[in-house]
Design a protein around this ligand. Structure first.
Ligand SMILES: NC(=O)C[C@H](N)C(=O)O
Length: 325
């Protein structure tokens, strides 16, 4: 039987709803998670280790780096066949993608969580945990990069995103869909993710801003970030990758100061491209030296830039990371 290590970080999966106040708060012992699912023993020998017990909006980039190192050392152990990380759903996709970037391909690493706290009717944590252990113990999951298992679906970390504030089917992979699913009997991985960037760093550069574009915006916020030590910018552009003309001087300033600018779209589906040649259009931005994100959403492009900046500040070199997913 395979040995799967469950590392707990916190999140709603490790919370209970207070009946009096109707608010949700962390429980004392996150390790209780596995004890609540005796069926785990049918699929693997499971041990549990608490990394932290925080709601995921409290996670810092330093904690993310420390988690990355903790996961790396556990994966190097001969007696560990795979890892499941339980995590709050709010920033789950960022941690999953960071791990996907820094970990060598090999033993399965699954990230999961819950939308309903452990004592709520229809709590989804136990089944998500069981399905994650089943996936981690599956030979088909070996070498697929970090996966997110949620609501009977298996998603590649690089595309999955939280799409709903409360629904248990919140995790979706826009444009590409899930790579597989689970049913009562089987774990089915139906699509193999393409090779992706591997950036074997130990931590991230935190000073990377993420800015969403909206009608009539100018470069005020970009200048504010640059004046306050930003080392990189990710712009969530309009449509296929366009910004209002008033934003362009800020982008030019960033590039002149050797601050890389990465372009993603604020659209839920699709990728940014050099389609429009007008002032602030994708072609104009590409010609200025803006990097395109190859389908990542804003928060993931930010994680990639924060990670890649540990390796190089050279825009040409950085572009190689963004050519890959
Ligand atoms: N469903 C959840 O886990 C949400 C929670 N606020 C968290 O991210 O920690």
């Amino acid at each position: 039987m395979k040995h799967i290590l469950v590392m707990t970080t916190g999140g709603t999966i490790a919370m209970i709803e207070d009946q009096e106040t109707q608010t949700v708060r962390p429980v004392a012992n996150a390790a209780d998670l596995t004890q609540a699912v005796p069926k785990l023993a049918e699929y693997a020998r499971v041990s549990v280790e608490a990394f932290s017990n925080v709601p995921s909006p409290h996670l810092t980039t330093r904690m993310m780096s420390e988690l990355g190192q903790a996961v790396l050392t556990r994966l190097q152990r001969d007696d560990v066949d795979g890892l499941v990380i339980t995590h709050g759903t709010d920033t789950l996709e960022e941690t999953a993608y960071f791990l996907d970037l820094i970990l060598p391909p090999g033993k399965p690493v699954i990230v999961t969580g819950a939308m309903r706290s452990s004592n709520e009717l229809g709590a989804d944590g136990p089944l998500n945990l069981l399905n994650s252990v089943r996936t981690a113990a599956s030979t088909d999951a070996v070498g697929q990069g970090v996966l997110v298992v949620f609501n009977d679906e298996i998603h590649a970390a690089r595309f999955v995103t939280k799409t709903h504030t409360s629904n248990v089917a919140t995790f979706q992979s826009p444009t590409v869909g899930p790579i597989g699913f689970l049913d009562k009997r089987t774990v089915q991985i139906r699509h193999i993710p393409k090779p992706h960037a591997h950036i074997p760093v130990h931590d991230l550069v935190p000073e990377v801003g993420l800015l969403k574009m909206a009608v009539g915006m100018d470069d005020l916020l970009i200048n504010c970030l640059l004046d306050n030590g930003a080392k990189g910018l990710v712009i969530e552009a309009l449509g296929a990758g366009n910004v209002p003309p008033g934003v362009v001087p800020g982008i030019k300033r960033a590039l002149a100061e050797n601050i890389p600018v990465v372009l993603v779209s604020r659209c839920y589906n699709g990728i940014v491209q050099d389609v429009y040649g007008y002032e602030g259009g994708g072609k104009h931005l590409l010609d200025l030296g803006v990097l395109f994100s190859n389908g990542l959403n804003g928060q993931k492009a930010r994680i990639k830039l924060m990670t890649a900046l540990k390796e190089t500040h050279d825009v040409q070199e950085l572009s190689k990371y963004f050519d890959l997913e």
